[in-house]
Design a protein. Structure first.
Length: 142
């Protein structure tokens, strides 16, 4: 099994970006944690991060051509604005779990809207970086 982890804008600044909300662990820490989780689950994991909406759409399309079995996606701010990401996930038909480090429902009202959620098999929010591990386990049926 191959899981692709896709992260949207500003996630490359984990550890610097609002540490009171997102913690002090870096994007590299997140990737290392998920590599260890993948090894424990006996699956392959790959990563993609971009601050650009079109690049995220391309990464979802590429997951199809790479025969990826599951996607863990944190669209970040594009969660609340991007019909293109919704359409891309629908188009490829790969089981996808939406993940958010914080709980968007407990923040500003505009963050309560998630366009991509309609195409996802589950949403994990407000569990910090371990939410990504939970998403991987869910995709693996564990």
């Amino acid at each position: 099994m191959h899981i692709r982890v896709i992260n949207g804008p500003n996630m490359d600044l984990l550890g610097l970006r609002q540490p009171e909300l997102y913690g002090r662990e870096t994007y590299e820490d997140l990737c290392a944690m998920l590599r260890a989780e993948a090894a424990a689950l006996g699956v392959q994991v790959s990563f993609f991060q971009s601050n650009h909406e079109g690049a995220l759409v391309d990464a979802i399309h590429q997951a199809y051509f790479d025969h990826v079995d599951g996607i863990v996606i944190n669209p970040a701010a594009y969660t609340h604005t991007s019909v293109a990401l919704l359409d891309a996930v629908k188009a490829v038909g790969i089981p996808t779990v939406e993940v958010h480090v914080t709980d968007p429902d407990s923040r500003e009202p505009f963050r309560r809207v998630s366009y991509i959620r309609a195409a996802c098999v589950a949403t994990i929010k407000g569990r910090g970086l371990p939410g990504y591990q939970e998403a991987m386990r869910l995709l693996c049926g564990k």
